[in-house]
Design a protein around this ligand. Structure first.
Ligand SMILES: [Zn+2]
Length: 99
């Protein structure tokens, strides 16, 4: 039996096996999560950055859980975006707004 995964600095990195045994506190299902790589959009003013993260998603309700490492990736990118530090970002196109 694996120790329960707690998404804080006690468990900096979540494995697929840890994710598979997570209990979902939103919908109440056991063994509910699967790890998936996804892109999280962060927006500040008119700028958006897509951050590639690995997160566990509940297959019943879609709730997302991330480990410390992936939370940190989002925090760093959010800070860079807010400060206008775009050097680490790659432009991927133009965002338009429909009228
Ligand atoms: Zn759920």
């Amino acid at each position: 039996m694996l120790p329960p995964f707690i998404p804080d600095d006690q468990a900096p990195e979540m494995t697929a096996e840890m994710a598979a045994h997570l209990h979902c506190f939103i919908c109440g299902n056991d063994d509910a999560y699967a790890l998936r790589v996804t892109q999280e959009p962060l927006t500040d003013g008119k700028n958006t950055v897509l951050v590639t993260i690995k997160a566990a998603f509940c297959r019943f309700c879609g709730e997302r859980v991330m480990d410390l490492r992936n939370n940190h990736r989002l925090d760093v990118a959010r800070g860079q975006l807010a400060r206008g530090e775009f050097d680490d970002f790659t432009p991927v196109g133009t965002t338009y707004q429909a009228s």
